[in-house]
Design a protein around this ligand. Structure first.
Ligand code: COA
Length: 219
């Protein structure tokens, strides 16, 4: 005789378990993607070792009002043409100047310059949520023709130093799930995936998930 027993599982507990499993699967997917990016990066490094490319001589400094046009030029391409940011509005020079002015001493903006080329990338710390004063969100953008040469790593490293110097406890990054370069960059700087916002942005004809990564200093 077959005896079937049904277990009375409260809906909320079941839902929570399913949610936890779903998030775990998602995180595994991200880790798998990071591993693929890691293998690609290793292959790229091997290639670079065979034929060393001329690396830019970089200088990183705090942004000034004179940098607004250069910052806007990099940002506007990403806002309008890529999924690097979920924002879609390009910045006029006035909007860009207002953005920089809002970033006071607690929320520095930095730029990377290379030789006579002007700005090749920029980075910023911004408030994460107005009430979460121990947390900031980073952003890093590198000019298209200067990617893959360590500019992003130099900018993010500097932003983390600035965050520590300001005694922030944690830095967060919100990255679209298919942005392998940014996921890799942040993973290399000690960020770990702490959550996923599902389908929170519709851009360039499709929905995007946003992965939240966090760098937490243990004191
Ligand atoms: C993400 C971004 C800032 C990285 O800057 P970068 O100067 O190209 O990166 P770096 O050369 O410093 O490389 C950093 C790491 O990312 C890896 N990486 C770079 N491009 C990659 C790519 N397309 N795919 C996978 N990994 C990549 C590098 O191999 C390196 O990892 P490693 O140290 O293990 O070798 C740059 O690609 C960019 O500006 N993208 C558009 C804007 C953007 O997405 N900003 C982030 C928004 S959250």
């Amino acid at each position: 005789m077959i005896c079937i027993t049904t277990i009375d599982f409260p809906d909320t507990a079941l839902r929570a378990t399913l949610d936890a499993v779903e998030v775990s699967i998602y995180v595994l997917e991200i880790l798998a993607r990071e591993r693929v990016a890691e293998l690609r990066a290793a292959a790229a490094r091997r290639h670079a070792a065979r034929a060393p490319a001329a690396l830019p001589v970089l200088a990183i400094r705090r942004a000034t009002a004179d940098d607004n046009a250069g910052i806007a030029a990099i940002w506007n391409h990403e806002a309008q043409c890529t999924i690097a940011t979920t924002e879609t509005e390009p910045r006029t020079l006035a909007a860009q100047s207002a953005w920089l002015a809002r970033h006071g001493e607690p929320h520095p903006v930095i730029v990377a310059t290379s030789g006579g080329e002007g700005i090749v990338g920029f980075g910023a710390l911004s408030p994460y949520r107005p009430t979460l004063c121990a947390a900031v969100e980073d952003s890093v953008y590198v000019r298209r023709d200067r990617r893959g040469h360590g500019v992003g790593a130099a900018l993010l490293g500097q932003l983390l130093d600035l965050a520590r110097a300001r005694a922030y406890r944690t830095v967060l990054a919100r990255i679209t799930a298919e942005n392998a370069a940014s996921l890799r960059l942040h993973a290399r700087h000690g960020f770990r995936v702490v959550g996923v916002e599902r389908q929170v942005a519709f851009k360039l004809g499709r929905w995007h998930d946003v992965v939240i990564l966090q760098r937490l200093w243990r004191r």
